[in-house]
Design a binder for this molecule. Structure first.
Ligand code: SF4
Length: 217
C-alpha cells in the first residue's frame, strides 16, 4: 500500500507539474455539474456543452424546471447529447427525486453522509458508479475517487491493475492509498482525463506524454 501511494503520488505530482491545474468541473453551479454528469454518458463533452447551452438558452437548466417539463420537449432540447429519450428520463427522474427528498437544495443533499447518498444515487435510472461518483465529488464535495475508461487504461498500461478489473477494484486502489481529500481527488481525475484524451489513446503517444518512462508492465 505504501508502494501504491508512492506511485500514485508520483503520477499526480508529475501531471500537475507538466499540465497544471484543470479547474474542474467546467460548470457554473452544482446543479449544472449534475446535468453534465448525466448528459456526458457515452458522448463527447463537446456535445454535452451544446445540450447545456440549449437548456440555458431556454432557461431550463435547473432541476425544478426539468421536473415540470414535457419529456419530449426536454429530449428535443438535449438532442446534441445523444440517447435523448434515456437521458431526458434520467434527468427527470433525478429531478423528481431531488425535489421530493431535498426540495431542490444542494445544501440539503450535501448534508447527507456519503455512503447512503451514493447508494441512493445508484438506485436512480441510468446513474452508474462513474456518474454517481462524479456527482458526489464535483457537485457535492464528497471525497470519492472517480474512475473512468482513461484511468483504467493509463494504470493498466503502467502495470497497476489489469484493465478488466472492476470499477470497485480501481477505486479501491486509489482510495486505499490516498487520503480522503476532495481537492486531490478533484484534480487527479481531471488530470487523468487530460492525459487519456491527449496522449493515452488506443494507440498511446508516450513520446509526448508527461508519464513517459514511468514503470510499465
Ligand atoms: S501515453 Fe504512454 S506514457 Fe502516457 S500514460 Fe499512456 S502508456 Fe503511459
Amino acid at each position: 500500500m505504501a508502494g501504491n501511494k508512492r506511485i500514485l503520488m508520483t503520477v499526480y505530482n508529475r501531471l500537475l507539474k507538466a499540465i497544471g491545474p484543470r479547474n474542474w468541473w467546467p460548470a457554473e453551479t452544482a446543479q449544472e455539474v449534475i446535468f453534465g454528469a448525466i448528459l456526458t454518458q457515452n458522448t463527447s463533452w463537446q456535445n454535452v456543452e451544446q445540450a447545456l447551452s440549449a437548456l440555458k438558452k431556454k432557461r431550463k437548466l435547473s432541476f425544478r424546471a426539468v421536473r415540470d417539463m414535457d419529456r419530449q420537449e426536454l429530449a428535443e432540447i438535449i438532442r446534441p447529447a445523444r440517447f435523448l429519450n434515456q437521458k431526458a428520463r434520467a434527468l427527470q427522474e433525478f429531478a423528481d427525486h431531488f425535489g421530493k427528498r431535498y426540495r431542490f437544495s444542494i445544501k440539503k443533499m450535501k448534508a447527507r453522509e456519503m455512503e447512503p447518498l451514493r447508494d441512493e444515487l445508484l438506485g436512480l435510472y441510468r446513474i452508474g458508479p462513474e456518474t454517481a461518483d462524479s456527482i458526489l465529488l464535483y457537485a457535492l464535495d464528497k471525497p470519492v475517487f472517480v474512475i473512468d475508461a482513461y484511468t483504467r487504461r493509463i494504470f493498466s498500461r503502467h502495470g497497476m491493475l489489469s484493465e478488466e478489473r472492476t470499477y470497485d477494484d480501481f477505486q479501491h486502489l486509489f482510495m486505499e492509498a490516498l487520503p480522503p481529500d476532495v481537492g486531490l481527488y478533484n484534480e487527479y481525475h481531471a488530470l487523468l482525463v487530460h492525459v487519456g484524451n491527449r496522449f493515452c489513446k488506443p494507440k498511446p503517444q508516450c513520446d509526448r506524454c508527461p508519464l513517459k518512462g514511468l514503470r510499465h508492465t
